[in-house]
Design a protein around this ligand. Structure first.
Ligand SMILES: C[S@@+](CC[C@H](N)C(=O)[O-])C[C@H]1O[C@@H](n2cnc3c(N)ncnc32)[C@H](O)[C@@H]1O
Length: 466
């Protein structure tokens, strides 16, 4: 299964599962106290100044390595984006981390709610790069970011738009707004306009925008995001489709909106007036494993726990996939073409993930998630080499479906069979997926999508042509 690492897009990782950066506050205070002591010492001590220069050089080298890694992964990373990542000092935005750690290509959770569910993080740079490419942002443009978090992405946006452009960023959490404002000023991006409020309402006073980027997982598309864009504006957002998050770029096509690219991701959810109905249930006894069911009835936490505690029933599927990204494509196709099933997302920020490891962070498909007697959970896995039936497709990873719970074997058998239908349909994948979006109440446009979803403020069709 594609890991969350936006190893190419499969996965973000501004995702709620990032399991780094514990004890944020204490560590952050210690880091900033150390920085203050160091700078006081430098004023008088030339040796301390030299140490500081060496530390800065080490951070610049770490930043350059991160950019090189992004470029290698993305192959054709836009030079403007490369340049911005090379200039913005990420360590200033995550002071709770040892500075060099900040340049690892990882997401870092910076805040959890009272139940231990992550509510804010610094997104994984590889995922940021994917979204920035989707955004097609250029110098001189006006851009609105929903979800300030650390402020790092806002700084990267500001670096790209330059002095002639303007960045407005909004976060719903006042504490984070304060923190991000301070970091942006410290890093030299004090011109970014940071605002506290529900970003679902956009920022009418500063509209219109050439670009809007949402960095929290959206279930609905509030009218403000569409209305506050210029005529040829572009909206990039992680959108939940049957519980799978897809980062999509939308542009106007007459009265409706069409996607030009999509890639899988996993962001913390949008809060506030436009939050989705997904219920998050802690799966005991370890409190750090959580389960969400998309759009459906809440999961029976005890039943999920019991199901995951037993070894799964593995059914070989009659296909090979080239790599984990293609396994993710099969997972996406099954999710979109099996409306009778629910999508379960499991996430964890600690050792409680152990029993569910194969399902974190991608989740799986479930039947009867609220029923202790009939619950089935199925997850696609690379099978052990050579095992199983003859398989269609080029040599690569053989696929198996693992079924958990009383309904697991039947569900796994069904999905393993459907894998062949996916192969016969030409292996539709995330890069060919097209979304059409239209405001609720407006006429539904002609669509080729197989799946139609109604949200309070928009209709969405998703699918593949042909
Ligand atoms: C993944 S973090 C954003 C990462 C950020 N862009 C960065 O570079 O660090 C998601 C953020 O969205 C914020 N958020 C959630 N719902 C929101 C809403 N309705 N309006 C504005 N911000 C929201 C959260 O408080 C959280 O800080």
């Amino acid at each position: 299964m594609p890991d969350r690492e936006p190893t190419e897009g499969q996965l973000d990782s501004a995702d709620p599962q990032a399991d780094t950066a514990g004890q944020a506050d204490t560590a952050g205070q210690a880091a900033s106290a150390a920085q203050q002591t160091a700078s006081a010492a430098q004023q008088t001590d030339p040796a301390a100044q030299q140490t500081d220069t060496a530390a800065q050089a080490a951070l610049a080298a770490a930043r350059a390595r991160m950019v090189a890694a992004l470029r290698d992964t993305r192959r054709a990373l836009d030079p403007l984006i490369q340049d911005a990542f090379g200039r913005v000092p990420r360590h200033v935005f995550v002071p709770e981390l040892p500075p060099a750690t900040a340049y690892q290509d990882e997401a870092f959770v910076i805040k959890w709610d009272a139940d231990g569910v992550p509510v804010s993080s610094s997104s994984q740079p590889a995922m940021m790069a994917i979204m920035l490419e989707q955004l097609r942002l250029g110098p001189g443009q006006r851009v609105l970011e929903i979800g300030t978090g650390t402020g790092y992405n806002a700084a990267v946006l500001a670096q790209i738009v330059g002095d002639l452009g303007h960045v407005v960023t909004v976060d719903i959490d006042p504490e984070l707004v304060q923190r991000a404002s301070a970091s942006l000023a410290a890093a030299g991006y004090g011109s970014v306009e940071v605002s506290c409020g529900d970003g679902g309402y956009g920022q009418p006073a500063a509209a219109p925008f050439d670009r809007i980027i949402v960095t929290a997982g959206a279930w609905d598309i509030p009218p403000a995001w569409l209305d506050q864009l210029t005529g040829d504006g572009r909206l990039v957002l992680p959108l939940s489709i049957r519980g799978l998050q897809l980062s999509v770029a939308l542009q106007r096509a007459g009265e409706h909106w069409e996607s030009s690219s999509a890639c899988r991701c996993g962001f913390v959810r949008v809060a506030g007036a436009f939050a989705g109905p997904e219920s998050t249930v802690a799966v005991g006894p370890a409190p750090e494993l959580f389960v969400q069911v998309a759009d459906g009835s809440p999961a029976d936490a005890e039943a999920v726990q019991r199901a995951l505690a037993e070894p799964p029933f593995e059914v070989p599927a009659p296909v090979h996939v080239a790599d984990v990204a293609e396994l993710g494509d099969l997972d996406l196709w099954l999710t979109l073409t099996e409306p009778g099933l629910d999508r379960l997302t499991l996430f964890s920020s600690g050792p409680g993930r152990a029993p569910a490891a194969p399902l974190v962070p991608m989740g799986g498909l479930a039947s009867e998630p609220g029923s202790a007697d009939r619950l089935g959970i199925a997850v696609l896995m690379p099978a052990s080499k050579g095992a199983g039936p003859p398989r269609a497709g080029r040599a690569g990873l053989p696929v198996a479906v693992s079924g958990y719970g009383p309904g697991g074997p039947a569900l796994a058998g069904h999905l393993a069979g459907q894998a062949l239908a996916w192969h016969q349909a030409g292996r539709p994948g995330v890069t060919d997926l097209r979304l059409t979006v239209w405001p609720a109440g407006s006429a539904k446009p002609q669509t080729t999508g197989q799946l139609e979803i109604k949200r309070p403020h928009v209709g969405i069709a998703a699918g593949w042509a042909g």
